[in-house]
Write a protein that binds this ligand. Structure first.
Ligand code: BG6
Length: 470
């Protein structure tokens, strides 16, 4: 193992999403988002109205407590903080004529607070939280109209924050839409949705992402726009060439999204895949040109698990994961939620993306969801002895160091959920990722007080030494 050497301007920090921490779902003129009716996680059925059991409605009350929380991130030395803008705070119904000034002002204040502490905001435009109206009045992203609504939203926030935000991501985990259509405001439990519809929605998001990149550059060429995907190195179950081919097919379905974002054209393997599935994507007249002319500045991704695939996966049991699943890997241990832990996989992903695109990369999510126990720390304080989290992050960051040594150009690393927040896949509070513990349980009970875990002090030292302490 080499001693990791991170670049001098490396962006260390943490990543969050509005729907998982802001709360205040009906304050400040905000409209409902799809998450407000999904009390059991992204892959579950929506309810007709928001229900009390939905922990995301209150989140961790970041909306009211963000100055205190950002001060804690600053204490760890964060250089960057990833948030998402809740689209429904800006355009409450998605299709409104005018933006909501109170929503715009909230993010103005939040960005000012970050800059006060010398932190760079990294902002996702759409993190699994489109306005609910787009799902109920339209067919979500299956409808082409949604591109124009998104364009207007993107233009509004780019214009407003052009001097406050340099780094932008368009769609969180854009490659998840086929498996998790709620990402695209598509409720399969409420409308009939075919596979062709899902690919059409994916196409619309790809075009919208390219249009957002175009608009950003027109407004301020210094703004850097990236795509964001779930990354998953995938191993072959056996040396059988058929299994190897199955791995390639599986990876291609995901590479398609970065290929289109980075190269601006639909790759041949995707065209073939769609053709053989009998799917014909309807291209608008300008779509091919829009994709070609507006490729991204950098590639960002989340990394949690690696997968194993085979040509006959039905013969094996399935491993757990957030959206994509494979076959359990006997060489790897798993988290309490069954997600298999593979630090070397992160080095592989970094090298693969770098070799493929030669574009700067950004790790914008990585971390361990675990149950934490709050214990006494002196007379009147509490902490969590989360050495398991430190072990996980340390092993991953060491592999990041190896990848940098391999020659990969990496802008930064934001661990997922630096402060505990509500889980995306299970909507639980008990699945915690933070360096900061938030006192709230799965029933919504708790003081919402914040406590520093052991990992807080560990991460502070990692940042202070620019990774040399790893
Ligand atoms: C990513 C999402 O897939 O995984 C986040 O972008 C999510 O929103 C994270 O929280 C971890 O997943 P979970 O289900 O443990 O919250």
């Amino acid at each position: 193992m080499t001693t990791p050497k991170f670049p001098d301007n490396f962006l260390w920090g943490g990543a969050t999403a509005a729907n998982q921490l802001e709360g205040a779902y009906n304050e400040g003129g905000r409209g409902l988002s799809v998450q407000d009716v999904m009390p059991n996680g992204l892959m579950s059925a929506p309810t007709p109205e928001p229900t009390e059991e939905n922990l995301k409605l209150e989140g961790i009350d970041f909306y009211h407590r963000y100055p205190e929380d950002i001060a804690l991130m600053a204490e760890m030395g964060f250089k960057v903080f990833r948030i998402s803008i809740a689209w429904s705070r800006i355009f409450p119904n998605g299709d409104d004529a005018q933006p909501n000034e109170e929503g715009l002002q909230f993010y103005d204040d939040l960005f000012d607070e970050l800059h006060k502490h010398g932190m760079e905001p990294l902002v996702t435009l759409s993190h699994y939280e489109p306005p609910l109206n787009l799902a109920r009045k339209y067919r979500g992203w299956i409808d082409r109209d949604v591109i124009a609504f998104f364009e207007k939203y993107a233009r509004t926030v780019f214009e407003r924050y052009q001097n406050k935000v340099k780094y932008w991501l368009t769609f969180n985990e854009v490659n998840s839409i086929i498996s998790a259509p709620a990402n695209g405001a598509i409720f399969e439990d409420e409308i009939e949705v075919s596979l062709a519809d899902k690919w059409q929605a994916a196409h619309h998001q790809l075009v919208a992402s390219a249009l957002a990149t175009k608009i950003a550059k027109e407004i301020n060429p210094d703004m850097q726009v990236g795509c964001m995907v779930i990354s998953m190195p995938t191993y072959s179950m056996t040396p059988d060439p058929k299994d190897q081919l199955a791995v390639r097919d599986f990876m291609n379905e995901n590479y398609a999204f970065t290929d289109i974002h980075a190269r601006g054209v639909y790759p041949g393997y995707l065209k073939r895949h769609l053709r053989e599935a009998g799917i014909e994507i309807k291209f608008g007249e300008q779509d091919a040109r829009i994709l070609k002319e507006n490729t991204v500045d950098f590639i960002s991704f989340s990394y949690y698990v690696s997968l194993v695939q085979a040509h006959n996966p039905q013969n094996y049991q399935t491993a757990a994961g957030n959206i994509f699943r494979g076959i359990p890997n006997p060489y790897l241990e798993a988290s309490e939620w069954g997600w298999q832990i593979d630090p070397i996989g992160l080095r592989l992903v970094l090298n693969d993306f770098w070799d493929r695109y030669q574009l700067p990369l950004f790790i914008v999510e990585n971390g361990l969801g675990a149950k934490d126990e709050l214990i006494a720390d002196g007379a009147d304080s509490f902490t969590v002895a989360d050495d398991y989290r430190i072990d996980y992050l340390k092993a991953h960051l060491q592999q990041v160091g190896e990848a940098i040594e391999d020659g990969v150009e990496l802008l930064g690393y934001t661990s997922w959920g630096p402060i505990d927040l509500v889980s995306m896949s299970t909507a639980q509070m008990s699945k915690r990722y933070g360096f900061i513990y938030v006192d709230r349980d799965d029933n919504g009970q708790g003081s919402l007080n914040r406590y520093k875990k052991h990992s807080f002090h560990w991460y502070k030292e990692v940042i202070e030494t620019n990774g040399a302490s790893l």
